[in-house]
Structure formats: C-alpha cells, structure tokens
Design a protein around this ligand. Structure first.
Ligand code: NAD
Length: 365
C-alpha cells in the first residue's frame, strides 16, 4: 500500500519559485516511481504573501503549516520589501513559522560532495568525505533571553543588554535530538559551549552529560565553542554530530557550511517535538541578484526534500536515492553557475533538474 504524506510547499520570493519548481518535479517522481502518496498543498510566504495579504504569512497558511507533516520552503526577502515595517517584512514570515510550529532544533548538515572537493576553502584531503551534522538550539538562548534592550544611563552612556538563558528541559530536548541523530549516523556527539566562563554553559555541559546516560551506545565529548571553531577548520572530519546553543550554533554552522563549497548546495531542517511539525529549507536566501534568470542552483532545495524524507517521512531509502542522484550528476560534470569549475558544463536550473530526474530513473531501475 502506498504511504500517505502531506506536504506544504511555500516557494517564497526571488529564486524561490524557480528552485522549488525543480523540487516539485522530484516530489512528482517519488509519487510515480516509489509509491509515496504525497498530498501537496501550496501557499505564499514572505514578500509574495505580503503583496497579496498585506502580511508575510496569512492565518490560513499558518494553520495549514500546523496540520501538514512537513513544510518545504524556498527562500524569502528582496529589495522590493526593504521599506516595509519590520513586523511585516518577508523574514518575519519565517520567524512566525519557526515560533508557531515550535521548531526548536535546527539541523544543518555539512557534506562535501566528492565532485566539489576543490570548491572548498580548505585543502581537498581535509574535506574529502566530510559529513557533519550540526544540531543548533533555535528558540532559546541569548537571542530570546530577558532582560534585553538598550538603556540610556543619563550620563552620556548607554548600556546594551542581552541575556543568555537555558533551562534543563530546553537543553534536554535538543540533546535528545542530537543523540537520536547520532544513533542513525556514526554514534558520536560533540557538545559545544563555554562552560569555562559561562554558568549557562556549565549547566549545558552537565545536562547534556545527564541525557547521555540514556544513550550508552553513543560517545559524547565536550568542546569549548572557540576550540570547536578552530577544530572545524583544522580537522573537520573528526566530528559526527555537534550539538550547541543558538548563538554558537549560528556561527559554527556557517563555518561548517563554507567547508563544503557553495551556499546553493546546503539543505537544512527545523524540527519540533517528536511527531510534530517540521520545516525544511535551503540555507541560502532568495538571491535577488539572479532571480528570474533561470540559473539558480536547485540542489539545496532538492536535498532539503531528501532531509524531509529521512527525518519526517521515515523514507531513508528514497532520501539516499536523491542524494546519490545529486552525487552522480555532479560527478558527470554538470554545474550551475554558482559551482562552475573549469572544464565542466554550465547548465540552467531546469537542466540541472532534468538531469537529477534522469539520474533517479537510472538508479531506480
Ligand atoms: P543569498 O543567500 O540570497 O545570496 C548570497 C549570494 O549567493 C548571492 O550572490 C546569490 O546569487 C548566491 N546564491 C544564493 N543561493 C543560490 C543558489 N541557489 N544558486 C545560485 N546562487 C545562489 O543572501 P543575501 O544576498 O544576503 O540575501 C538576499 C535576500 O535573501 C535578503 O532579502 C535576505 O534577507 C534573504 N535571506 C533569506 C533567507 C531565508 O529565506 N531563509 C536566508 C538568508 C537570506
């Protein structure tokens, strides 16, 4: 019997609709060739929603996002909406989705495809075969802690305050995500904080250690966040899963991303509580500089769909098929402009999509 899933597709702005069109063709391919029955809903988010509803996410779209198994989002934003009030900006649509769906775990894989090893800023032997998963806490910590603000001290001085704050339950739930993830991978978790200078970091270290007792098969080590940044560029292949807070995760995941070559290749996931909502999206933005030209790289979006298959739909075989198809197309020498290398063939967004579908066909035989 066909498996039944529901998916809300939100292409967004800029290159969003172009890259999402290719991901949608992969959804159709899965329907036809793998007996996966997707009910696909469509919606607007970001500037595209603002232009129609006067806000970056309509109530109806938000309700739909809460009901479906997963949301697949393109990207939001662009200069057209620069003058719009902060709370109605395209980016606010994303923040509302993250908050309302309680997406507290951000998964950012850093995978270096063999064919793109030379595109990394590091030497090939340091990144060849790289496969790291960064699990970043997304809804707590210093970006949300109170008190916060800028106060006037009245003597010509001002004082800016943000508060780093985590509770036991916030640390436990993100640690569980990391350990569960490691159980499906190489069985190793590195927890990163600043326990040497921050009480919140010490609490983080103690509570992650406590959660580790439930996972005797997983190896846990702790690394100070500054040291972790250094190790990421010195010897990145030592890591399997890195779990860290919102602030350090923001930075460490960007460092790890750049080890892999291009923004156009990087998927991500934001997960809520088990069995709850999940949102999958490329790491890159709406790339207004190339929007409408048909040259954007659709791979990050297609790999985001693969993550949805693995982590929400429990279809690891199909996720692997998609990843292998991407690997095969790159190995065959096709490149979109952002990952172009000498001697390779430059192709458009839709030709990259065509080629991935053809690779899926031949892998599925
Ligand atoms: P960006 O990621 O959109 O673009 C950075 C550079 O990378 C650009 O030169 C762009 O052409 C290129 N690029 C990005 N994705 C690509 C792809 N798939 N294929 C080929 N080239 C690609 O970042 P930016 O320019 O800083 O931001 C543009 C807009 O996107 C802004 O409005 C920003 O707020 C928004 N943004 C949205 C998200 C999101 O939706 N999650 C994330 C980041 C930025």
């Amino acid at each position: 019997m066909a498996k039944e899933f529901s998916l809300l597709i939100l292409p967004g702005d800029g290159i969003g609709p172009e890259i999402m069109a290719e991901a949608r063709r992969v959804v159709d391919w899965l329907r036809t060739n793998r007996d996966l029955n997707f009910t696909v809903h469509d919606g607007l988010v970001g500037g595209a929603a603002y232009d129609v509803y006067g806000k970056p996410l309509s109530h109806e779209t938000l309700e739909l996002a809460k009901q479906v198994d997963a949301v697949l989002l393109g990207a939001v934003g662009g200069p057209k909406w620069d003058g719009v009030d902060y709370d109605k900006r395209p980016e606010a649509g994303l923040l509302i989705l993250r908050k309302e769906l309680e997406l507290f775990a951000n998964l950012r894989p850093a995978i270096c495809f063999d064919a793109l090893v030379d595109a990394s800023s590091l030497k090939a032997d340091l990144v060849s075969g790289l496969d790291i998963m960064i699990v970043r806490e997304l809804t707590g910590g210093v970006y949300f802690g109170e008190p916060r603000g800028i106060e006037d001290l009245g003597n010509g001085q001002r004082r800016g305050v943000n508060t780093q704050v985590y509770t036991t339950s916030e640390i436990h739930r993100i640690a569980h995500v990391a350990f569960d993830m490691a159980a499906k991978r190489d069985g190793r978790v590195t927890s990163s904080e600043k326990a040497n200078v921050m009480e919140s970091g010490l609490l983080w270290r103690e509570e992650v250690t406590r959660v580790a007792e439930d996972y005797p098969e997983i190896a846990l080590d702790h690394m100070l966040a500054d040291s972790c940044a250094m190790q990421l560029v010195r010897a990145p292949k030592q890591f399997d899963v890195i779990v860290t807070d919102n602030l350090f995760g923001d930075m460490l995941s960007d460092v790890a991303a750049m080890l892999t070559g291009s923004l156009g290749m990087l998927p991500s996931a934001a997960l809520g509580v088990k069995g709850g909502s999940a949102m999958y999206e490329p790491v890159h933005g709406s790339a207004p500089d190339i929007a409408g030209e048909g040259i954007a790289n659709p791979i990050a979006t297609i790999l985001s769909l693969a993550m949805a298959l693995r982590y929400t739909f429990d279809c690891g075989v199909e996720a692997q098929l998609i990843e292998d198809a991407v690997q095969g197309v790159l190995a065959g020498g096709l490149r979109t402009a952002d990952i172009m290398q000498p001697g390779k063939a430059k192709v458009s967004t839709s030709v990259m999509g065509d080629s991935i579908l053809r690779a899926l066909d031949s892998l599925n035989k």
